[in-house]
Ligand binder design. Structure first.
Ligand SMILES: CC/C=C\C/C=C\C/C=C\C/C=C\CC/C=C/C(=O)SCCNC(=O)CCNC(=O)[C@H](O)C(C)(C)COP(=O)(O)OP(=O)(O)OC[C@H]1O[C@@H](n2cnc3c(N)ncnc32)[C@H](O)[C@@H]1OP(=O)(O)O
Ligand SMILES: Cc1cc2nc3c(=O)[nH]c(=O)nc-3n(C[C@H](O)[C@H](O)[C@H](O)COP(=O)(O)OP(=O)(O)OC[C@H]3O[C@@H](n4cnc5c(N)ncnc54)[C@H](O)[C@@H]3O)c2cc1C
Length: 672
């Protein structure tokens, strides 16, 4: 029945102020108000409908995305939306688009150009200043990855050879494997690209540098001479990421002016002299750090969507246990359902808070960079790489778990979960393969351990290594379940586990004559140590959040429950680490599990309200199973009839393929 709230009884059970929790989730009252307003604007505008997305053929799908993007830009201008509102608009339109790369890169490149300015780039290049990145009337993409190399950035093959005769770089793709491959927005739309290529002057290879290159005519959109571009083909899932034109690009001796090299870390003079500035080369990689921190912030949005769908549906769905003709049991009341669903709900909140923290860390680093302080770059690289890896892996796995939590109906596109998974899962690969990124964290950890004896004190997220002596010896000495609720106890457990795993790896590497050989041999253990370190960061940032003043009846208490679930679930899942490093005994692990079960029971009455606090519209959720009103069955039934296959009772192909078979069968039966 329309207008009935099937989840009303669930909502009455809440023991906290949901409106205040919405503000905690959004980050501030202002952020909540902007999100609320823009999400409703999108939801109420038929121009942003997503209903048929999974049924459209690729060409139509792509054209529809172009239409939406153009419409969104028109709205931004007509409604004078601020940058913050425009960013929310992009989020709630909920369609990966060519425009994403442009959107993010505009800010990345503003940053690169901030360094460039700082490094007197403008004067050295005899330019009047100003950012040549095309933010207006032109579209850009980020062309780093090649067919043959993605993770190994140093192995890229595209060349940029300086010609002092003409004061130009000659950009060339010398092999098939040097074709740029994957950049989003490249295939059909971008007019310009940031291209990573090997810089060659006077026959000498100076490694990878970035160049801004025009790809297409601004008149007729055709590729410029010497440039070959296309789309790389259909990707995983219906609809999903196929709204984006990931592309292939080849250069045949394309000439660009010298000042289109991004000269933030080095410079080529008019006479072809290569000059390396007194700054870390890693500054070239800062765009990746920027996008990775955005991906961490986005993970909680993707996971919370899936969790919202699975939680609401778990309260609607009933199976078994009917007594005297009464209703069956809501599947959310099964302990197995709770033990799979509630840690994901807790993870969504945990990722929200660690994402907020990472943004602050990144802002701090960018301010330091402006002041030529590069000291925190390694830490922000380790944090963004590690947290990108942890949050995207957990989110992709979490979305798939939510699909299973919804049983058969979760497999229907109308549940919203298959498409959400298909769109999200490449996050485990783009912006750095998750294992490759954890290995970067491991390098940072091994470096930290090796420097412990020196005067360099570990600070920031690695500060806990400063109390290594204590962490290597301490033992968990409490026995009661409720002791596991103390933040100091949880923190020490995670610190001791992370420190001990890192030290064990360092000791094992030291047994090899060649440390690089040791690192390669122990890579699997190193990845686990890196993960333990990243999990410690997430847990500690959740605990830090709880130390803030959090208004609203019962809000803090709910967050404490969620924090306990997040930490104790990890402890349960990685029991082997905690037991193996000797910090806890098996009895203490079993007591922790007892506490975890108690927390699930405390969370249960609040589950629906905790997902309501995400404040998602039905449009954004895009799921019949996750509808706010819980009116699942009639809407599923209705949606089935909208499938193109149901347009006629007799399907196309009946006369060619089914009828002859039927006839044959009839004949055979007659012969018998
Ligand atoms: C463009 C984005 C568009 C849109 C985003 C929009 C919204 C966000 C939400 C969704 C995302 C949507 C779309 C995604 C689009 C995807 C884009 C891409 O995928 S772009 C391509 C990304 N590619 C990678 O990430 C490649 C991964 N590989 C690497 O990063 C490096 O090569 C590697 C880290 C593996 C290092 O290899 P190695 O050869 O060992 O390194 P090197 O010798 O060059 O340097 C080592 C030295 O440098 C330090 N370091 C490495 N990386 C960084 C860094 N990023 N920042 C700072 N420092 C870094 C490293 O620690 C080491 O230091 P030491 O020598 O030990 O001191
Ligand atoms: C949807 C999508 C959008 C993208 N958008 C862009 C874009 O806009 N611009 C752009 O430039 N690129 C883009 N990419 C490319 C992306 O950044 C790369 O695919 C990614 O960095 C992984 O590199 P790879 O494909 O070379 O994987 P590989 O490195 O070939 O990975 C293959 C396997 O090898 C393993 N492996 C690799 N190296 C190591 C190692 N050292 N130690 C242990 N294991 C290792 C990996 O873990 C993985 O299991 C995009 C990719 C996707 C899927």
């Amino acid at each position: 029945m329309e207008g009935v709230d099937y989840l009303a009884d669930e909502r009455k059970k809440a023991q906290f102020d949901v409106d205040e929790m919405k503000i905690v989730w959004a980050g501030s009252r202002h952020a909540f108000e902007v999100s609320d307003r823009i999400s409703k604007l999108v939801a109420n505008d038929p121009g942003f409908s997503k209903e048929e997305r999974t049924m459209l053929p690729r060409k139509e799908l792509f054209k529809n995305t172009l239409r939406k993007a153009a419409y969104a830009w028109k709205l931004i201008i007509d409604l004078h939306l601020s940058e913050e509102e425009a960013e929310k608009l992009r989020c709630f339109i909920d369609e990966p688009a060519f425009i994403d790369a442009h959107w993010v890169l505009t800010s990345c490149l503003t940053l690169i150009f901030a360094y460039a300015k700082l490094l007197l780039w403008a004067q050295r290049n005899n330019r009047k200043g100003g950012c040549p990145w095309p933010t207006r009337c032109k579209f850009g993409c980020y062309a780093q990855t090649e067919l043959g190399h993605g993770s190994n950035v140093r192995g890229l093959e595209t060349t940029a050879t300086f010609d002092p005769q003409t004061d130009e770089f000659v950009i060339h793709s010398p092999t098939l494997t040097s074709s740029k491959w994957w950049p989003g927005g490249l295939g059909k739309v971008s007019t310009h690209a940031v291209v990573y290529a090997r810089l060659i002057t006077d026959g000498k290879d100076h490694g990878i540098n970035a160049f801004i290159i025009q790809l297409r005519s601004l008149e007729d959109h055709k590729p410029l001479p010497g440039i070959t571009i296309g789309d790389i083909g259909t990707k995983f899932g219906n609809g999903a990421y196929n709204t984006v034109d990931n592309g292939v690009l080849r250069f045949d001796h394309v000439r660009i002016p010298r000042d289109q090299m991004l000269m933030s870390v080095s410079q080529v003079t008019k006479v072809g002299k290569y000059v390396q500035f007194d700054v870390p080369r890693q500054l070239l990689y800062v765009p990746m750090v920027d996008v990775r921190q955005t991906i961490v912030a986005d993970a909680s949005t993707a996971l919370s969507r899936a969790v919202c769908i699975a939680t609401r549906y778990s309260a609607v769905r009933r199976q078994f246990g009917s007594q005297n003709g009464g209703q069956e049991i809501q599947v959310i009341d099964y302990k197995t359902q709770q033990s799979r669903l509630f840690p994901l709900l807790a993870s969504a909140y945990a990722f929200r808070f660690v994402g907020e923290w990472l943004k602050r860390l990144y802002t701090d680093v960018t301010q330091r960079l402006q002041a030529k302080d590069f000291s925190t770059v390694p830490e922000v690289h380790a944090c963004t790489a590690g947290l990108k890896s942890l949050t995207t892996t957990a989110t992709a796995d979490g979305i798939e778990e939510c699909r299973k939590l919804c049983g058969g109906h979760g497999y229907l596109c109308s549940s919203g979960l298959p498409e959400l998974f298909a769109i999200y899962v490449p996050a485990c690969t783009y912006e750095g393969d998750n294992i490759v990124l954890l290995l970067q964290v491991a390098r940072y950890l091994m470096k930290t351990v090796s420097q412990l004896g020196s005067r360099k004190k570990p600070v920031g997220t690695i500060a806990y290594m400063g109390k290594l002596e204590h962490l290597m010896q301490c033992r968990f000495d409490v026995e009661q379940a409720k002791d596991w609720l103390k933040p100091s106890v949880i923190l020490e457990a995670f610190e001791a586990r992370a420190a001990r795993m890192s030290v064990a790896c360092a000791q094992n590497i030291s047994k090899f004559d060649n440390p690089e050989e040791g690192f390669a041999e122990l890579a699997a253990d190193l990845v686990e140590a890196a993960l333990a370190h990243c999990q410690l960061i997430v847990v500690s940032k959740f605990i830090e959040k709880l130390q803030q003043d959090i208004p609203g009846k019962g809000v803090k208490q709910q967050l404490e429950v969620l924090c306990g679930i997040y930490a104790l679930f990890l402890l349960h899942k990685h029991q082997g680490d905690f037991l193996g490093t000797g910090y806890i005994t098996s009895k203490q692990a079993s007591v922790a599990n007892e506490q975890l079960r108690a927390l699930y029971s405390q969370l249960r009455p609040n589950a629906i309200s905790l997902v309501d606090a995400f404040n998602y519209t039905d449009h954004f959720l895009g799921s019949i199973l996750g509808r706010y009103d819980g009116n699942v069955y009639p809407k599923l039934y209705e949606a089935a009839w909208k499938d193109p296959l149901n347009e006629s009772d007799v399907p196309d192909g009946f006369h060619e393929y089914i009828r002859p078979l039927l006839k044959q069968q009839l004949l055979q039966t007659a012969r018998l």
